[in-house]
Every structure is written in structure tokens, then in C-alpha cells.
Ligand binder design. Sequence first.
Ligand SMILES: Nc1ncnc2c1ncn2[C@@H]1O[C@H](COP(=O)(O)OP(=O)(O)OP(=O)(O)O)[C@@H](O)[C@H]1O
Ligand SMILES: [Mg+2]
Length: 432
Amino acid sequence: MIQHAHQVAVGKSESMLAASEGNVASTGEHIAPAPRISVQAFCEAVETAAAVQAASEDRRLAKAHVKIQMGGANAAAEAYRNSPTPNVILLEADARANEILLKLDQLAEVCDAGTRVIVVGRVNDVLFYRELTGRGVSEYLISPVGTIDIVRSICGLYSAPDAKPVGRIIAVVGTKGGVGASTVAHNVGWAIARDLSLDSVVVDLDLAFGTAGLDYNQDPPQGLADAVFAPDRIDTAFIDRLLSKCTDHLSLLAAPATLDRVYDFGAEAFDSTLDSLRSSTPCVVLDVPHQWSAWTKRLLVSADDILMVAGPDLANLRNAKNMVDLLRSSRPNDHRPYYCLNQVGVPKRPEITPADFAKALEDQPLAVIPFEPQIFGTAANNGQMIAEMSSSHKTAEIFRQLAKMLTGRAEAKRTRGHLLTPLLAKLMKRSA
Ligand SMILES: Nc1ncnc2c1ncn2[C@@H]1O[C@H](COP(=O)(O)OP(=O)(O)OP(=O)(O)O)[C@@H](O)[C@H]1O
Ligand SMILES: [Mg+2]
């Protein structure tokens, strides 16, 4: 019965009223993917049906089965007279408050225990909310609803506040080989763990040549290869045993960096490893090698956030543009991929300026990291992070800021902000 369904505090519903809903997840918002649930939507407006359809194609509902039909509450009551109700019923009701409540009472008679009900309507009234929550309605959304509102409310049903934190996956990838993507991933992962005290795992997906073990000065006997070659054994406990602890909050799922095997994988090879990490670790940083294969594409498309690392040249710019275009069209309800520029200001090298990058990509870089062979070279050879060598170094501060921005701890202000302006000014002076 609906009466038994999960209830949402009225206060939350009221705050939902006030929230201004966009059609894209706002920066820092984390919507955990829904489990394998069945959802049936009964819409009245074609716009609502279109929003639910788009939501059903969102990556966070990839495991859910979503069916959509028109006809609103009447169709719902009819549909379930003789058949079991799904995990979630999404009901659009354009009628007045009293009529909606009447229809919900009819639906309650045919609703199975455990079925959660989301109502979409036009009535904007606190007393009405109370009536709805009193009847066990889990969520009430005021129409018109956007795609991300639907995604958020369905996923929200399955991420109760007392559930274990579900991890955010941040994929870091280079727009060309050797641009420093791994270096950025490792330093940012380290900063997330150290400065934000978020439990983090860095996953080195460059199985043949990965450098995370070297960079963190670790030589673990086991790592990612043990998981990917034994998919049947994967569960949280198994993955936990493969992690090597680098600092208080940071662990590494290392690459073997050996060549006795080849590493040709199918698209889904890393799914269960990442699902397991996601369910247990608040922040997962993927060091994705610069290659384009079924599995690298899938990792990028399914990540919560993407940071592209680009060098300041034409090939990087072209590749960055192609990646942004592809990823934006595959993830229409997500924030676009972020990018940073790295190794900027190599003496005597002609470079494409951050401003030209920003213009071509129609987006400012999250950071501009200068080329500093001395400190980066020493850090790499010592198996240390930049902040371990010199916590007050300006590059260490850039990695701290990146950590904050990527975990939603800071407004993702772009480089126009105070942090990078002096660096840019310095670089200009240097190249002048
Ligand atoms: N800002 C920088 N200044 C100077 N050197 C840097 C900088 N960033 C990275 N490096 C150096 O560049 C080299 C390549 O870095 P890294 O291995 O992180 O690149 P990558 O993009 O991951 O490469 P691959 O394509 O092999 O995965 C390393 O020696 C690293 O220390
Ligand atoms: Mg790398």
C-alpha cells in the first residue's frame, strides 16, 4: 500500500518547493545512480513524458527499467487492478488538490507494499504537501519538471541519508599522451584525501605502464589486474584487499606495470570493480590512460565528473574539442567535462594561450599549471607529491584548489578567479 511507503519529511518537501530546478545537475551536486529498479510513469503532458524519457536515458538510470505511458492517475489505477506494481510509480496529476488525493486513495487500493510513489502536479501548497506525505507519497515535484529533476528524485529514493556514502567517480584523462594526466590525477587524489579528509582511492588504469605505484612510492603485490582478471570474485571485501594504503585517507588500486600479459578488455571489464568502489569509497579518482577504446570511453561516459588534462598545443586542442563534443552528447544531463592546461610556459616553445583554448572550447580551464621541470622531476624521482616536497609551493595550491572544485567543495570558478591570475600574468611576462 502507498501508506507503507517511505515517507519524506514535510520540511524537505517544502524546501523542494523553493529550490529552483535547472535541467542540468548543478556543480557539486552528487546524484548516486539508482539500483536495478522498475519504474512506471503515467504522464498527462507530453513534455513530462519527454522529460521522463530523457531521464531514462541518463547514465544514473542505466540499470533501471523505465516504462512510460500517458493517461495519468486513471491509467495507473487501471493498469494495476490485476498486475503487481513496480518499485516506483511516477504519477502526473494535473487536477486540483482534492481530485489528486482522491485518485491517490484509489491507487493505494491496488498498490503493493514497498512501491514508492512520486507525484508530479501543478498545485503549490504546503497543506497539500502534508496530505501527500501523510499518504506516503515519497516525492512531490511541481510541473514543469526537467530531466534532472526526475533523475534526482528517482535516485534519491535509494540513497537514504543513513546509507553508506556512495562514491563520486572523477575520471582524469589526457588529451594527448605524456601531458601529465597521471601526475595531475595523483596530486589531486592526494589533495582530496589530505586536505579535504575524504576517503579516496586512486585507480591506475594504465595497466602496462602506470606510474601511480612509483609516484606514491608503493610496490603492492596486488592491484587492479587481480580484480579485472577475476571478475567472479569481486565484492567489496575482495577489492579492499587489493588496495594499498598510501596515507590516512588515500588508497591505491595499482596497475601491475608488467608486460607478461596484454591488456585488451571489453567495454564492461571494470564495471564491477568500480561499482564496488563506488559503494564503499566517497571519492574515486580514475587515472585513465590516453587511448580510445570501448572501456576507456565507457569509463569516461559513466564517471560523475571528468577532468581533461591538455598541453598547450594544437593537437591537444583538437583532441580536447572532440572529447568535449562526444562526452557532452553522451552525457546531456551532466556538467560538461572540465579541463586544465598543464606544462604551460616551456621556454622557447610556441604555445596556444589559455585564452585561445577557452575561446575554442567555449569554457575556461579549471587551472593552468606551469611547466616546472625542477619540482615535478624531483617529485617523480622521489616518489612524492608536489605538496609533500613543498606544501606552500604555488603548484601545490593549484592541486588543492582542483581537489576542492572537483569534489564540489568550492564554487567551480574558472581561471578568472584570483588563484591563477598571477600565474597567468607571470607566464605572459615570461613569454614576452
Ligand atoms: N607541470 C609540469 N611541469 C613539468 N613536468 C611535468 C608537469 N606535469 C607533468 N610533468 C612530467 O611529465 C611527465 C609525464 O607525466 P605523466 O606520466 O603524468 O603524463 P601522462 O599524461 O599520464 O602520460 P601517459 O600518456 O604516458 O599516461 C612526467 O615525467 C611528469 O613528471
Ligand atoms: Mg598516464
